[in-house]
Structure formats: structure tokens, C-alpha cells
Write a protein that binds this ligand. Structure first.
Ligand code: GCW
Length: 717
């Protein structure tokens, strides 16, 4: 071989190995290189006994073998019955022999249908590790959790874990269109290749299901909430069925978005009125048709009478009429309706932040049992920071599910490194005070505050057909973290970052410590350089890429950034206190009091709730203008620090991912400066004040920033 060919070959091999790392997400199964641990693992895992033979159990077995092979270099022998000591036994409750079942009796009492047990036991005087649950999917969850113990280099001695998901519906919402574009998607095109389905099963469907199962996600809405009725035609349902068949052994149910006008568009009816007998019948038949193909079909997600989508109001009916009609159609089959509360109207002059509450709160207790109302984390729209949505805790008789956005529509697309579990945690931990202190959003969502049976968390997916799934290697952590929090909304985001880093990159402390801190701080960094102190919705129009605080010419007032910041000579901010729109009154008395008073309102939410003067004194003694400018600068500095941290990890990270992140951080740094300069130059027109010491001078003019156009920014339809 000539030297050149050799070099080329070497390059190709190392390139593909690296690219595979990107693709493998948090399931790297890196070789364990701590000798003490390796010998502990090997001593405890001398074989695997697999009880049961479902497809799911076979997947679990395959996963274990792959994990042991890659992490420990052992080709595990599969045993059919337990004779040796120190093996791993996996199997669901009904497949366990009577003695083990008895031994685990109290553990089974602790878990729900989807929960798992991982336990060191002594069986016939022999030490074993057992992974079990009430069904095979639960066993699969246990297996992935067990593998995570190895991936994170923890001991497998004396294991005693019984863990169950705290919510029923842990679901991704794909805003994927049938032409494979993804609304607000920044990681390529949709994974679903409708053209080639149902006959062509892309390996990615399987890998997608596996990744989701590994973090406990159990549902996926395949289609955009801005829905196309065609998905409900036989031609497409056959394709949906093929995907459902792939996902089923991984415990993942398929759901679809239901376009409210479908009976007219594909059913030849001349109305979609939810009280019309023909319409009611059409949906009943449609549900029956779907369930015939997909017996475990999850149900429908509906965006109705919101941003131009059709809905019951087109016929003088309301959300309850619409949701309940669909609920009746899927109820015989055990389906659910996830009805979104993301509504605001151009005909309503009220503060947009108040509209969803105003419309939905009075419906409390009126929805059918199998309806769950899906509420975004904040009252506006997935901003870098929003106070929790006032509907949480305010509808005691209605199950509410959380909607988070994993895709970074307003947080730098797939270019900026932002660790979202930190944001999710902040929302989940917020105290609604609806039933006194400790009535957190998490307790609303997991149903414990009001004893709701139906519970769920949805995440708008950040997944596309990019090689690394999510565009930014660190955006994988947001998919991962979403799944972990959907399983347990009380998890700490630091724990999640720690796990993810170990599983994805390295267990080396020189990576874990600094990079974990970088991830945790990244969320505040983006708030600082985009929308500090409670500012919101000041991004540019349509594509939402980059700053546009000057935009004021859009037809609907509440689409304009100027509507939200209200900057003028007197100051800046949206007065939602009693003196203003009184949005604070939508919260419980304690929270209302806190937010309503400018002195007690947390500074991070200041301009969300108050219009304050440029000279207003912040807690640190700075004037508002200086404090705002310094926050913008701090955000930029934080990104510079992220770059420093990342540089130091070079020798621990494969070169491809290292380089990708390095380049992306460079863009993030540039764009953080762009946000800072554009926003400060714009607001300076009103404050009329100099930039304080420590804030870098802009190198471009406001006119320059205003002139920037991005006609082909991704995700914008
Ligand atoms: O934030 C807005 C997005 C729309 C989206 C809408 C929604 C799917 O800009 O693209 O539409 O929210 O959540 O329905």
C-alpha cells in the first residue's frame, strides 16, 4: 500500500469511528478503564440468565451483551437456568421462579406497572443480581438503568433499587411535516421517511426507539401540531402502523396530531362541528380504523383555534366540546386526547400572557376522563426564561401535562450550547402555592397535588436526520435530560448532566467537573446575552433567529417585540402588576403578592412583571440601565469562559466531537456579542445613557443590525 493510500484509509477509519460516536448518543458503552471496577464487574457478571422470550426481552438481552462486550470486553455466556454464582438474571415478575418472586415481594409492592427492580440477592445461597419488573418493558428499563450504573462507573455490589416513573405519558412531540421539513427543527429533516414507508424500515427508527427506551420515554407524536389531515388517510395510516410496529417492543406508543377540520378535508363532510352527528360518527369510525391497525395507538394531540388552526370555535363551540367529542371517539380503545392550551387571539386586546388562563381555567372539571390539557411551561412561548404558567395548580379537577420545548427555537437553534434541564428544573420546582407552600409544578404534573390519575410530560423534539441526531452534540443532553425528568420530575439537573457526560464523553474528573459546571451555567448565560432581567420575545420575526427588539410592524400587536419590552424614555418592561394588566392576579395569593410588588418580585423576572425606570435601583445598587448592560456583557463573558473550559478537555474527547463543539462555541460567542450589541444599541436610544464600565463598545451600528436578513433560516416552514 502506498503511503498516501494508507493515510487515506487511516483517515476514513478514524473518521467513521468518530462519526459513530456522535451517532451513539449517551449509549457509547466506553471501555471501563478502572482496573478495580473492571474486576468487580467481571466477578459479579459471570453470565446472564434470561427469562422470557418476547421481542422486548430479546432486545434487553442484546443490549446487555453489547454493553458487557464494549465496556468490559466480556462475551457473556447466556445461561438458561441459574446454577452458577454471580450472574445476572433478567425477567418479568411472571417469569421468575417462585422463590425469587417471594424474595422480591416487597419490592414489587413498591413499583408501578413500568417500574423496575435491580437487586443483589442470595438465591440458593448463591449471590446474584436480578433485574425485574411487572412486564418486559419494565425489565428493559431496568436493563438500561443497570447499564448506566456501569457506564457511570458505579459499584454493582449490594444493589437495591426499586424505581418507577412518576408520570404516565412521557412523550416527544415531533413538529414534523409530511414533506419532512420540521417546524422549528434545526437538526436536518424529519426522521420519518413517509415516501419509503411502510416497506422500508430505516435502521434509524430502531435506533431512535432504543435511545428513547433507554431514558424511559414511552410515547411519540409523529406529526406537527400544525397538522395535516392526510396523516389520517389509509395511505398514511399504513405507514404509521409500520412505525408503531418498530416502536412497540421498546415500549413506545405512537400518537398523531388530529386536524380538527379533517372530517371536511378527507371525509367529504361539509362541517367539522363537534356537535354534528356525522362529524361525531366520522371521528368514531376513524378511531376504530386506526385501532384496528394499531391496537395500542396512544391517541391524539390537538392544537385547536390557535395561530390559525381550525377548531371547535369555528362552529361556535368551545374547547371542551371539541376535546370531549374526540375523547369519546378514542375512549373505547383506551386512547387519550392531549388538548393544547396554547391559545391567544388577535381579537383579544388583553395581555397575551393572560389569555390561555382566561380561556381554560373556567373549563376546570369539564373535560372527559381521558383528556389531558397540555400547557407550555410559561404563559408566552418557550422563552429563555418565563415564570411558570399560571394554569399549573389552577385547575384542580383537570389533569394538566407539561409541554417543554427541547428544540431551541428561542435559545440559539442547534448552534448554541444550552443545557435545558436546568430550565426545566426551575419550572418544575416553582411553587404555585395553590394548596399552600410546597405545591410545586412538579406535583401538579405528577398528579400528586390533586390526585390526578392521568399525568404526563411532553417535549417538543430536537431530533432530525443529522448524523448526530440533534445538530449540536450537547443538544443530545437536552433530549436525554428531558427523558430523565419526564421519568422523575424531581431529579436534579446536575445529576442529569453528570450522568449524561459520563455516558456520552468520559468518566474522567477533568472532564466531569469543569464541563458539568459549564453545562449548568450555560442556561443563565443564554438568558443573560438574550433576555436578561425578565425581558422576553425580542427575537427577530418569523425565523426567531437573532435579536429584533425594534420589530413593530407586524399585523398582530402581540407578535411585535415592542409589545413585550415597552421600552420608552421612562423605562422598560411589561407592567403585569395590578397597575398594569393584572396578570399577576392569575397566580395564587402568595405568588401574586410576590410578583406584584416590584420590591419582592425576583429580579430575574423583573421586566416580565414591571415597567421600571432606567434609574431604578437594582439589589446590587446598580441602576437598571447599567445592570441590564452588565448582564448582557456577563452573558458574553460566560460564553468566553465556556470556550476556555472546552479547550482544556481536548485530550479527553475524540477529535471530531471536540472540534464540532469548539466551532459551535465560536459561533455562539459571536452571536452572544451580536445579541448584546444589537439590544443595547436599541435600548440606548431610550435610556439615553452611556454604557457602563466593563461593557464592550459595539463595533457595528444599530442600522447594521437592523439590516441583517435571514431568508433561509431553518425551521421556519
Ligand atoms: O412558538 C410557536 C412557534 C410555532 C409553533 C407554536 C405552537 C407549531 O413559533 O412554530 O407551531 O409555537 O406551539 O403551536
Amino acid at each position: 500500500m502506498t503511503a498516501l493510500r494508507f493515510v487515506l484509509l487511516f483517515f476514513l477509519i478514524s473518521f467513521s469511528a468518530s462519526a459513530q460516536k456522535d451517532y451513539k448518543l449517551w449509549l457509547q458503552y466506553n471501555e471501563v478503564n478502572n482496573a478495580v471496577l473492571v474486576s468487580e464487574y467481571r466477578n459479579n457478571l459471570k453470565g446472564i440468565t434470561v427469562l422470557g422470550n418476547s421481542e422486548t426481552i430479546k432486545i434487553a438481552e442484546k443490549e446487555l451483551k453489547a454493553g458487557f462486550q464494549d465496556m468490559l470486553g466480556i462475551a457473556s455466556e447466556i445461561k438458561s437456568d441459574i446454577k452458577e454464582e454471580n450472574t445476572l438474571i433478567i425477567g418479568s415478575q411472571s417469569n421468575l421462579n417462585a422463590e425469587i418472586k417471594k424474595e422480591l415481594q416487597s419490592d414489587f409492592g413498591k413499583i408501578n406497572e413500568e417500574g423496575f427492580i435491580i437487586k443483589s440477592i442470595s438465591f440458593k445461597n448463591k449471590k446474584q443480581i436480578i433485574i425485574s419488573g411487572k412486564n418486559d418493558v419494565a425489565v428493559l428499563y431496568g436493563v438500561f438503568n443497570f447499564l448506566r450504573i456501569l457506564q457511570t462507573n458505579k459499584s454493582v455490589k449490594n444493589l437495591n433499587i426499586a424505581d418507577s416513573p412518576k408520570t404516565n405519558i412521557r412523550i416527544l412531540n415531533h413538529w414534523d411535516n409530511l414533506d419532512r421539513t420540521v417546524e422549528r427543527g434545526y437538526a436536518g429533516f424529519s426522521l420519518w421517511n413517509w415516501q419509503k414507508l411502510p416497506d422500508f424500515i430505516d435502521q434509524r427508527y430502531i435506533d431512535y426507539a432504543r435511545a428513547n427506551a433507554s431514558i424511559g420515554i414511552n410515547g411519540t407524536v409523529l406529526t406537527n401540531v400544525n397538522a395535516n389531515a392526510l396523516i389520517l388517510t389509509p395511505q398514511y395510516l399504513e405507514k404509521v402502523e409500520a412505525l408503531a410496529n418498530v416502536f412497540r417492543p421498546y415500549g413506545i406508543k405512537v400518537y398523531l396530531t388530529a386536524r380538527f377540520s379533517a372530517p371536511m378535508e378527507i371525509g367529504n363532510l361539509n362541517t367539522a362541528d363537534p356537535k354534528d352527528a356525522q362529524v361525531i360518527n366520522w371521528w368514531k369510525n376513524k378511531a376504530a380504523e386506526i385501532y384496528k391497525r394499531i391496537p395500542d395507538f396512544g391517541g391524539f394531540l390537538v392544537k385547536a383555534n390557535s395561530e390559525g388552526q381550525p377548531g371547535p370555535q369555528n362552529y361556535g363551540r368551545d374547547h371542551v366540546d371539541g376535546a370531549n367529542m374526540l375523547a369519546d371517539a378514542v375512549a373505547p380503545f383506551g386512547g387519550v386526547i392531549m388538548w393544547r392550551a396554547f391559545v391567544y387571539s388577535e381579537h383579544d386586546a388583553n395581555d397575551r400572557a393572560k389569555q390561555a388562563y382566561a380561556e381554560f381555567q373556567p373549563y376546570d372539571g369539564k373535560f372527559k376522563e381521558n383528556v389531558i390539557v397540555q400547557v407550555k411551561n410559561g404563559a408566552i412561548d418557550f422563552q429563555p426564561r418565563e415564570p411558570f404558567h399560571p394554569l399549573f395548580g389552577a385547575m384542580p379537577k383537570t389533569p394538566l401535562m407539561m409541554e417543554f420545548q427541547i428544540t431551541q427555537e428561542y435559545l440559539g437553534f442547534s448552534t448554541h450550547l444550552v443545557f435545558l434541564p436546568k430550565l426545566f428544573q426551575e419550572v418544575l420546582e416553582s411553587d404555585t402555592y395553590q394548596k399552600g407552600k410546597g405545591s410545586t409544578v412538579a406535583k401538579v404534573v405528577d398528579g400528586t397535588l390533586y390526585q390526578n390519575k392521568l399525568t404526563g410530560i411532553a417535549g417538543v423534539a430536537n431530533i432530525g436526520n443529522d448524523l448526530n441526531w440533534t445538530g449540536h452534540p450537547f443538544a443530545q443532553a437536552n433530549w436525554y435530560g428531558f427523558g430523565r425528568l419526564a421519568w422523575n420530575p424531581y431529579l436534579d439537573s446536575e445529576t442529569i448532566a453528570d450522568e449524561w457526560l459520563r455516558c456520552t464523553f468520559s468518566n474522567h474528573e477533568n472532564v466531569i467537573k469543569p464541563v458539568k459546571k459549564m453545562m449548568i451555567d450555560s442556561r443563565e448565560a443564554v438568558v443573560n446575552y438574550m433576555t436578561p432581567l425578565g425581558l422576553h420575545h425580542i427575537m427577530d420575526t418569523g425565523h426567531h433567529y437573532g435579536p429584533g427588539p425594534w420589530v413593530s410592524n407586524l399585523s398582530r400587536p402581540e407578535w411585535n417585540p415592542t409589545y413585550y419590552h415597552k421600552a420608552d424614555k421612562n423605562g422598560i418592561g411589561f407592567d403585569r402588576s395590578k397597575k398594569g394588566t393584572n396578570a399577576t392576579a392569575q397566580y395564587s395569593a402568595e405568588v401574586e403578592k410576590l410578583f406584584d410588588n416590584v420590591e419582592t418580585c425576583p429580579e430575574k423576572d423583573l421586566l416580565w412583571f414591571h415597567h421600571v425606570s432606567w434609574d431604578y435601583k437594582l439589589k446590587n445598587g446598580q441602576t437598571l440601565w447599567n445592570g441590564l448592560a452588565l448582564k448582557y456583557q456577563e452573558g458574553v463573558n460566560q460564553v468566553a469562559e465556556m470556550q476556555n473550559v472546552w479547550k482544556k478537555t481536548e485530550k479527553y474527547i475524540d477529535s471530531e466531537r471536540f472540534n464540532e463543539v469548539e466551532m459551535l462555541l465560536e459561533i455562539q460567542y459571536k452571536e452572544a456579542k451580536w445579541w448584546r450589541d444589537a439590544c443595547l444599541l436599541y435600548f440606548q436610544q431610550f435610556s439615553g445613557k452611556e454604557l457602563p464600565k466593563g461593557v464592550e463598545k459595539p463595533t457595528q451600528t444599530l442600522e447594521y443590525f437592523k439590516s441583517l436578513k435571514f431568508p433561509f433560516a431553518p425551521g421556519n416552514g
